[in-house]
Design a binder for this molecule. Structure first.
Ligand code: PAF
Length: 283
């Protein structure tokens, strides 16, 4: 595996591959990798002969009171995992390579509407930071296909919309969430959990599953289901941010005859804000 830190080195390698007619797959990450990320790389290798991953803790997607400074930087360990997974190229730029001017002087890419719900309510600048950095990574790497985890479903929907609206010739692939044996979705932020919190954490997924089962059994009073789920999470020690049933493709609130639904949850457990979601195909 080759590791490059500068845009010039990245472009030189990408140009060589493009000249040789080779397809390129991109897995953007912020590092502190877990098995979910490695699964993205494994999937990428099935989709293109050349695979690139980026590691960049993107300051533009963190709010002022969020964990940008504390976010674990584990480049050596991440590099070893990526090399073992058979990645071709790791791009790990410095902040000044990506943002040569102060953040508020940089051009931003914003998708309207979709970022205003779910995580966007408590993280109002987050998705604009994501779409801006992902656009830059797409321009730098020029991938044919880019892969994102379904745990961040709202992010996936927003990036898909951006790629369509801006005519980006890139296939956006969502990869199902990788879970621990007890159901907890793999996340870089699981490392913030104390042992006691880690024991409680699987209740988030269990609550999604039980809500989905009730919907599949015919319950349609979504407000009741959402409120009961939030009460259950609070009772075991979470501070719920949201628990909402929405349409999977456009994140709108569902009508009673909508079938492609997904349940979305975010909740605080100690200093970790955990998110998860689950598909509920009805009918
Ligand atoms: O999902 C993430 O890790 C980040 O939001 C991404 C897509 C790498 C952009 O910084």
């Amino acid at each position: 595996m080759q590791t490059v830190h500068s845009i010039a080195e990245l472009r030189a390698q990408i140009t060589a591959w493009k000249r040789a007619g080779e397809r390129v797959a991109l897995v953007p990450t912020m590092g502190n990798l877990h098995r979910g990320h490695i699964h993205l790389v494994e999937q990428a290798r099935t989709l293109a002969p050349r695979t690139v991953a980026s590691i960049f803790v993107n300051p533009m997607q963190f709010g002022p009171s969020e964990d940008f400074a504390a976010y674990p930087r584990t480049l050596d360990n991440d590099s070893r995992q990526l090399a073992a997974a058979g990645l071709d190229l790791l791009f790990a730029p410095d902040i000044t390579d990506i943002y040569p001017r102060p953040l508020d002087e940089m051009t931003q890419v914003a998708v309207p509407g979709l970022p205003l719900v779910l995580c966007g309510i408590s993280r109002p600048i987050h998705f604009c930071g994501v779409t801006t950095v992902v656009t830059k990574l797409f321009n730098l790497v020029q991938p044919d296909v880019a892969l994102f985890g379904e745990k961040d479903w709202q992010q996936l929907v927003i990036i898909r919309r951006m790629a369509i609206d801006l005519d980006m010739p890139i296939e956006i692939v969502g990869v199902p969430t990788v879970r621990e044996a007890d159901g907890l979705a793999m996340s870089s932020r699981n490392g913030y959990l104390s042992p006691a919190e880690r024991a409680i954490a699987p209740a988030l997924y269990a609550t999604l599953v039980s809500c989905a089962e009730r919907m599949q059994a015919g319950e349609r009073d979504y407000a009741v289901l959402e409120n009961e789920a939030k009460a259950r999470l609070t009772a075991v020690g979470f501070q719920p941010d949201y628990f909402e049933i929405r349409r999977a493709d456009d994140l709108h609130r569902p009508a009673l005859d909508d079938t492609g639904l997904r349940i979305f949850a975010a909740a605080w457990l100690g200093r970790a804000r955990l998110i998860d979601n689950l598909a509920v195909p009805l009918g």
